[in-house]
Design a protein around this ligand. Structure first.
Ligand code: GTP
Ligand code: MG
Length: 299
């Protein structure tokens, strides 16, 4: 009898949701950076067992969004939680968990009618006292299925989470073949990888106001080489020179690091060219958002 289940990963920005997804799947399927609001779409990651499959949905961090992009992000979190068999709420356990987040978790766990697991993440950065204080408060929350202290980064105590997840499995289909770790295609992954490198390397002057558009993605006839062209879209004219850097150094760094990751993922040789384009107010531009894959109608 084959078993499967769908699990949605939610939580505030920067809590470590995507890092957790990558640890569970064992491969990098969702981009990670130290900046909040790194994830913008629902990213599917698939864990394969001998007779089971768990499909995880990584989501954008919960936040009050004012732009169209923000609205798209919070709608997608809600829709991903509705049809799942369980929810993992990831909280950053290296810091004091604020009262508003406890209240949010309480509200969510009471409203959502499916098992609700809390991961108290980043224990590698928390001292014992902090950990105990953060964990104790959850004792009063009756609707929480399990509270798992762990480190998504180092994998510490991930076994405890795995055994909780196995309890959610039920007789069901094999939705994805064993060689699939995500349902996203390589073109989308390339777009995300370029965005990840830009987020990581660029300084604080360019916060979340960037997007990446793949303008060319062509596999050559022999199937061994892929040509990719990508645009980094920024909001302000002044950002252009920062992204390009002195003598083009910054753009080169972003492109070369992205190329390596895309080659690793695709197993092919990649030629990657990256440009910079200014589009003021892109976060509220319907048609551009649609072109970039942030389409509300698709949720
Ligand atoms: N020390 C430590 N850092 C972690 C851990 N998990 C994640 N991080 C770091 O926390 C930062 C945010 O991680 P992400 O996985 O991108 O967080 P996220 O919740 O997906 O963030 P958004 O996509 O912005 O909502 C990155 O710098 C990670 O390396 C952990 O267990 N320990
Ligand atoms: Mg993320």
């Amino acid at each position: 009898m084959f078993k499967s289940c769908f699990v949605t990963i939610i939580g505030k920005p920067n809590a470590g949701k995507s890092t957790l997804l990558n640890s569970l799947v064992g491969e990098k399927v969702s981009i990670v950076s130290w900046r909040p609001q790194t994830t913008r779409n629902i990213i599917t990651g698939i864990m394969h067992g001998d007779d089971y499959q768990i499909i995880f949905l990584d989501t954008p961090g919960l936040q009050q969004g004012k732009s169209l992009l923000g609205e798209y992000m919070s709608k997608s979190v809600k829709s991903a939680s509705v049809d799942a068999d369980g929810v993992i709420y990831v909280v950053d356990g290296s810091k004091k968990i604020e009262e508003d987040e406890y209240l949010l978790i309480k509200k969510y766990s009471e409203t959502i009618k499916i098992p609700f697991i809390v991961v108290v993440n980043k224990v590698d950065e928390a001292d014992r006292e902090r950990l105990v204080i953060n964990m104790l408060r959850f004792n009063d929350f009756k609707k929480i299925t399990a509270v798992v202290p762990m480190s998504a980064l180092s994998g510490k105590n991930i076994e405890a989470l795995n055994s909780e997840l196995k309890k959610l499995l039920k007789e069901g289909e094999k939705y994805y073949s064993e060689d699939m770790i995500t349902d996203k295609n390589l073109r989308f992954m390339a777009q995300e990888i370029v965005r990840e490198k830009a987020l990581i390397y660029l300084r604080d002057e360019i916060p979340h106001g960037i997007a990446v558009n793949i303008t060319r993605y062509e596999v050559r006839n022999d199937g061994l080489v892929t040509d990719i062209e990508a645009e980094i879209i920024a909001e302000k004219k002044s950002h252009k020179s920062i992204i390009i850097g002195k003598g083009g150094e910054m753009l080169k760094k972003i492109a070369s690091s992205a190329r390596k990751d895309i080659e690793k993922l695709s197993g092919e040789k990649v030629f990657l060219k990256v440009w910079v384009k200014i589009r003021e107010g892109w976060q509220d531009d319907y048609s551009l958002l649609r072109d970039l894959g942030y389409d509300k109608k698709e949720i």
